[in-house]
Design a protein around this ligand. Structure first.
Ligand code: GDP
Ligand code: MG
Length: 151
């Protein structure tokens, strides 16, 4: 089953939206594999956002993600990477589809509440960066057959 990495970023935590994000992912049918609440070190922030190093918004992005705790999670399900990106909405909240989290709760690209991996390959790298293998929980959900079932 495909897995993806999700963060409720500091603004989401401060605004009391952890539960809202989790509720939307749960209701969509995705299955929680791992979660932890933590303060992000500068080192972890720089590794996570290495692809953006050198861009004009990079220093502000590092300040943003290290400014308060985050909720880090791994979710799994059919096409998890794509469907979680869709549930989060476009990076720029004013371009996000109605009904998406960034549409419904955000205005600024620099305060857009969540992170979600943008490819299966990056998801694997981000999961490995944020979680140790023993923190990933394999479990049977009683609704698995009703959500993942093919017939
Ligand atoms: P994401 O994958 O949708 O989160 O977007 P990106 O990977 O392109 O960018 C990472 C994060 O950097 C975004 O979620 C924003 O918080 C921030 N960011 C991206 N572009 C801009 C920008 O033009 N200005 C500012 N201030 N922040 C940006
Ligand atoms: Mg990204």
């Amino acid at each position: 089953m495909e897995r993806t990495f999700v963060l409720v970023k500091p603004d989401g935590v401060q605004r009391g939206l952890i539960g809202e994000v989790i509720a939307r992912l749960e209701k969509r049918g995705l299955k929680l594999t791992a979660a932890k609440f933590l303060a992000v070190s500068n080192d972890l922030a720089e590794k996570h956002y290495a692809v953006h190093k050198g861009k004009d918004f990079y220093p502000g992005l590092i300040r943003y993600i290290t400014s308060a705790p985050v909720m880090a999670m791994v979710w799994e399900g059919t096409n998890a990477v794509a469907v979680v990106r869709q549930t989060m909405g476009a990076t720029r909240p004013w371009e996000a589809a109605p009904g998406s989290i960034r549409h419904d709760f955000a205005l600024e690209v620099g305060r857009n509440l969540t992170h979600a991996s943008d490819s299966v390959e990056n998801a694997q790298a981000e999961i490995a960066l944020w979680f140790s293998p023993t923190e990933l929980v394999e479990w049977q959900r009683c609704s698995d057959d009703w959500i993942f079932g093919k017939n």
